[in-house]
Design a protein around this ligand. Structure first.
Ligand code: CTP
Ligand code: CA
Length: 227
């Protein structure tokens, strides 16, 4: 065993985090995207770095500055995010917080689509994007700890459990993103950690507090898995 100071619990660990939305182009001036400020993902990246981890943040376009002490890879589309994440393997843990666009336009127009007098609006043919979390959860170089998020507006726990199973994740951080919850773009979050062992309910707290607590839980888990 090597010397590991108690106050740097994630020293020597590399963790990949995704954050923000992905944006999927329709033509050179238009895109489809998800609502995501990047606040929660960026806060988690920063909290892991504060615990001593080498953090690689793969982020879609956000208006937030790069977190301190974190190396950031900026991407736009789901496919770019997936490639960036997979190129970072092997890592000790992966935390997938990004709001990845589920679909993209099948074909991207090379030129701006113009309105045609009297013509109907264009119909977009969509295709499904790859699932980045599921790809990592079932990867040959799977990290020892794989954490996903589940943004739900209804049936939170049932949906989170399904995602845990289907995506090969160890934990799903489930959060209610219904309008009433105010979580989208806001500074607070109420989450539940769903794992094979059961459900841990966390009280309402700031996104920074969620990040700090999750980083601590990740540090604890990596230590247990190691020994
Ligand atoms: N995720 C991903 N790649 C995708 C879609 C989702 O990596 N193409 C990840 C998210 O980063 C998150 C988790 O999967 O960690 C759950 O995302 P969510 O949108 O809640 O789940 P979906 O599987 O896309 O299901 P749905 O949107 O239909 O609820
Ligand atoms: Ca989705």
């Amino acid at each position: 065993a090597f010397f590991k100071p108690a106050h740097i619990p994630l020293a020597g660990k590399t963790i990949v985090v995704t954050s923000g939305p992905t944006v999927e182009p329709i033509d050179p001036v238009r895109y489809i995207a998800n609502r995501s400020s990047g606040k929660q993902g960026h806060a988690i990246a920063a909290a892991l770095a504060r615990l001593g981890a080498t953090v690689r943040l793969v982020s879609g376009p956000v208006s937030m500055p790069d977190p301190e002490g974190v190396s950031v890879i900026h991407v736009e589309t789901a496919r770019e995010m997936k490639d960036a994440v997979e190129q970072l393997l092997p890592v000790d843990a992966a935390v997938m917080v990004a709001a990845v666009a589920d679909w993209r336009a099948e074909a991207q127009a090379g030129q701006k689509i113009k309105k045609q007098p009297g013509a109907k609006p264009p119909v977009l043919q969509m295709v499904e994007n790859p699932d980045i979390l599921a790809g990592i959860g079932h990867h040959a170089e799977r990290p020892r700890l794989v954490v996903g998020f589940a943004a739900e507006t209804q049936d939170l726990l049932a949906n989170a459990r399904k995602k845990l199973e289907k995506k090969g994740a160890d934990w799903i951080v489930a959060n209610d993103v219904s309008q009433a919850s105010g979580v989208m773009g806001g500074d607070r979050n109420t989450v539940r950690i769903v794992s094979k062992l059961g459900i841990e309910e966390w009280p309402d707290m700031s996104k920074d507090e969620v990040a700090a607590r999750l980083a601590g839980k990740i540090a604890e888990a990596l230590e247990i898995i190691e020994t």
